[in-house]
Design a protein around this ligand. Structure first.
Ligand code: FAD
Length: 479
């Protein structure tokens, strides 16, 4: 029997649930990736994620060929491409790793129906998360909406079922791959209508492993280092997790072993918690698809966000890093220029947009979606609703980040700001966090005239804070 493995956000050829199941159940296994034209059409022609995917497909094809198989790459609407290819290759079943985003769930339901109508199976396997939405429940068998008890239950379940982390081997069953008939001929970026260019970070399985090995060497210090954007203290694996060029089981297994052996210091268990946050937000979205456009806590849907021309101008200043708050502007420059933003800064910029500018979190969420290399609907929505206080287990609405104290705490020397806001590069640690408080002559000596070289603050934090407390008081009354 023949089967087809349809790769989506699982671009690797090791520890792969769908590939393993196909190889162990069929005689001939074909592999395909489809550049979804409906998604591609919406993207800028120099999109960094498309470059990452493109480079990762080359790595996937090379590995499949080493194992005796190959990757078929098509472009079009998956609902047309996959059934047609399944017919052409005469496969009995299409195997996939489950995707939990609402649009993907709907697409897969339609795919299943289309394939079944032609007498083929559509088989979907858990791969992207350790536990799916039904697997970690409260004692009353309900869903969690607060992270810490969820995490405790998650760890307990894993301790009871250590086999959850077992790898899905591929190598040992490689004889089942359908052999390539032609030499490699993957479409180039130009072939799919994009500008040529390098991926924004080392791509593919080897890119992920390189980053992970580097991170493992200093994982022990993660608990401290992760909060400082000028340090290279985090793994930078989020884009790899997004596209599945690494395996979540492999990462959790390593973190767990390092925590148990003591080699990972306290950092390993803190890092494991972050991986659990990822499962948590995936579960929250899978159970509550309405949160894509609505507050997790419905009472917060009454909030009246700022709208109109002035709000639009403020939003543009935020997007372009022209707020006059150096840490916020440096963070937005990092996002715009690299496609990455440090977690601390995602919290700071999201808080600034929603609490200092009073702008709807959905606008910020969409902007991040356009720009982030690691954009993931579940984690991004979770992070935004956390910052806006509308989410599950969110920051309470009366706790409002002060963008200047965040700056003095987490970029004390101003190194991160200097790296991303060249206009302020000559300011010292005392001046750089709030330049409008520094005497004009002192700034001028260092080549900065506010309003000319760098903006004055677009809002006063103390005033904005009061407005936000008033805005959210409505919720208190409604709740
Ligand atoms: P590390 O610190 O090394 O963490 C390891 C992994 O754990 C990450 O790669 C990620 O998969 C996961 N993780 C870490 N923190 C979180 C978290 N708070 N929630 C869920 N998973 C987490 N993460 C995304 O992957 N995609 C997004 O689109 C995204 N948008 C965000 C938006 C906002 C407003 C906020 C506050 C956070 C967002 N995050 C998002 C979470 C987090 O900022 C990134 O995962 C992290 O910065 C990625 O860097 P890293 O891989 O070096 O992380």
């Amino acid at each position: 029997s023949n089967s087809l493995v349809w790769f989506r956000r699982d671009l690797r050829a090791f520890d792969h649930a769908a590939l393993h199941r196909a190889l162990t159940s069929s005689k001939r296994v074909y592999c395909v990736f489809v550049y979804d034209s409906e998604i591609l059409d919406e993207l800028p022609r120099d999109d960094r994620r498309v470059r990452f995917i493109h480079a990762s497909l080359a790595s996937l094809d090379a590995e499949l060929r080493r194992l005796g198989g190959y990757l078929i790459v098509r472009q079009g609407r998956p609902l047309e491409v996959i059934p047609a290819l399944a017919a052409e290759l005469q496969v009995d079943a299409v195997h996939v790793c489950a995707d939990y985003e609402p649009d993907a769930v709907e697409r897969d339901a339609r795919m299943k129906a289309a394939l079944e109508a032609e007498g083929r199976q559509f088989l979907s396997f858990k791969d992207q998360v350790i536990f799916e939405k039904e697997e970690v429940l409260t004692l009353a068998k309900g869903p969690f909406s607060v992270f810490t008890p969820y995490k405790n239950a998650w760890l307990k379940r894993l301790a009871a079922m250590p086999e959850t982390l077992a790898s899905y081997p591929v190598d040992a069953y490689a004889h089942a791959f359908a052999p390539p008939t032609l030499p490699p001929a993957l479409p180039s970026l130009e072939d799919i209508g994009f500008e040529p260019g390098e991926p924004p970070l080392p791509a593919g399985m080897e890119g992920a492993e390189e980053l992970f090995e580097r991170f493992v060497a200093h994982m022990a210090d993660y608990g401290r280092a992760r909060d400082f954007p000028s340090e290279d203290g985090t793994s930078r694996l989020s884009t790899h997790l997004r596209f599945g060029t690494t395996s979540i089981r492999h990462l959790v297994r390593t973190a767990q072993q390092m925590a148990l052996s003591g080699a990972g210091g306290t950092g390993a268990s803190v890092w494991l918690s972050e991986l659990i946050w990822r499962d948590f937000y995936s579960m929250i979205l899978a159970r509550n698809p309405q949160i894509v456009t609505r507050s997790f806590k419905p009472a917060f849907d009454v909030l009246a966000w700022e709208t109109g021309e002035e709000a639009d101008a403020m939003f543009a200043a935020w997007c372009e890093g022209r707020t006059g708050y150096p840490l916020v502007d440096a963070a937005m420059a990092q996002l715009n220029q690299s496609g990455f933003m440090h977690n601390r800064l995602r919290m700071v910029t999201a808080s600034f947009l929603t609490k200092d500018l009073g702008i709807d979190w959905r606008r910020g969420e969409r902007y991040f979606a356009l720009k982030l290399n690691d954009y993931d609907l579940a984690s991004n929505n979770g992070g935004w609703q956390w910052a806006a206080s509308t989410g599950c287990d969110a920051q309470p609405w009366f706790r409002i980040f002060n963008p200047v104290s965040q700056s003095t705490r987490f970029d004390a020397q101003g190194d991160f700001i200097r790296e991303w806001v060249p206009a302020l590069a000559r300011l010292g640690a005392k001046e750089i966090h709030a330049p409008w408080l520094v005497a004009g002559e002192v700034l001028a000596e260092k080549g900065v005239v506010l309003g000319r070289d760098y903006p004055l603050p677009i809002v006063e934090h103390d005033v904005a804070r009061k407005r936000t407390l008033e805005r959210f008081a409505v919720v208190k009354k409604a709740a």
